[in-house]
Structures are given as C-alpha cells and as structure tokens.
Ligand binder design. Structure first.
Ligand code: FE2
Ligand code: FE2
Length: 205
C-alpha cells in the first residue's frame, strides 16, 4: 500500500464531535466532487475523440488524476465513519451533462469548464486545509497533495484560454458552472462549506 493511502486510512486525531462531523462531510463531498469530475472528463473525452482529437491526451491525463483522487478519498472514508454522498446520482448526472454540453460547444468551452470547476474546487480545498490543520493530519496530507494536481489542471486551462477573447455566452457559462459547483458542494456538506469559508476569511483578516 502506498504511504499516502496508509495515511488516509489511519484514524484521525480525536476531534470534537462537531469537528468529526465536518471531517466526515469533507471526505464525502470531496469523494463526490472527484466522481463528478470523472464524469465531466469522461464525457468530454467521448465527444473530443470525434471533434477535437488533439485535446484527448490532456483530458485523459486529468481524468487519470481525478480517478486517483477519487480512490484516495474513498480510502479515507472508513476511518472517518464517512460514506458516499446521498446525492451521488446528481453529481454523476450533472457531471455527464456538463461534460457533453461543454464539449459540444467547442474546445474553448471545455477549458472554460475546467477553469470554472477547478477554481471553485481549489478555493474549497484551501478552506478545508485550514480547517484540518491540527485536527486530521492524515487527511490534510492527502488533500495537500491533491491540491497541487488540481492547481495544475487550473493552470493548464488558464494557459489554453490565455489571450483568447471570451464571448458573453462563454463568460455566463463560466459563472453558471461555478455557481452550480458551489451549490452542490454546499448541499453535500450541509452548509459546512460556508462555515469553513468563514473561518478562513477570519483567519486571513
Ligand atoms: Fe480531483
Ligand atoms: Fe481536477
């Protein structure tokens, strides 16, 4: 077993019941989010294979990363008494729909989608890392590693979009995707995502 998987499987420090609940929700929402990302990239690859074949290798690499992330969060679940999200079907359906729609709208929209999702995810991972410090070192290490790869996805999308003017519809699409991702995260954490965002804002103030 890889070292990081072993860390993910170990029991966390002894957090308070309220913190333990938040930790459980963090693992659950991250697992669901990675699953949604797998569905997005899988759908985009299916369309891109026909329409934009040159994009397939980059999308495949991102898909592989998301599969790996999903497995790590799944491995972290039992020690934290966490289980897959009750709205997994929604994440799955939403991811597939988003992947198909964006890939059909054009290559630039694929990168707009990646940028919107990864930017939202990245912000939440920062909030989670702040919360987990001193509460669950194992999960903190797992998320810190994954955060680097999510950042690479975001940078890749931003580089692809760099200098290309966005049409109003594309800007609206980017905002809409970010909002939907936020809502799904909020629902999957029962609002704990707001609590963590507030804590990080206060710490930075
Ligand atoms: Fe991921
Ligand atoms: Fe990603």
């Amino acid at each position: 077993m890889a070292a990081q998987e072993w860390i993910a499987g170990t029991a966390p420090e002894r957090p308070s019941p309220r913190d333990a609940l938040t930790i459980k929700r963090i693992v659950r929402v991250n697992h669901a989010g990675e699953y949604g990302a797998i569905r997005i990239y899988s759908a985009q690859i299916a369309i891109a294979r026909r329409l934009w074949p040159d994009m397939v290798p980059a999308l495949r690499q991102m898909l592989q990363d998301e599969i790996d992330h999903c497995g790590k969060f799944h491995a972290a679940m039992p020690a934290r008494d966490s289980r897959p999200c009750r709205i997994m079907q929604l994440w799955s359906l939403g991811g597939s729909l988003l992947g198909v729609t964006t890939a059909l709208m054009g290559r630039q929209v694929i990168w707009i989608c990646t940028a919107a999702v990864e930017e939202t995810v990245h912000r939440h991972l920062d909030e989670q890392l702040h919360f987990l410090k001193g509460r669950d070192a194992g999960l903190h290490a797992v998320i810190a590693g994954i955060r680097e790869e999510e950042l690479a996805h975001l940078r890749h999308a931003e580089a692809e979009l760099d200098g290309k003017p966005k049409r109003p519809l594309q800007s609206a699409m980017q905002r809409a995707i970010a909002i939907v991702t936020e809502i799904l995260i909020w629902l999957s954490t029962w609002g704990d995502s707001s609590r963590m965002a507030r804590a990080l804002r206060e710490a930075r103030a």
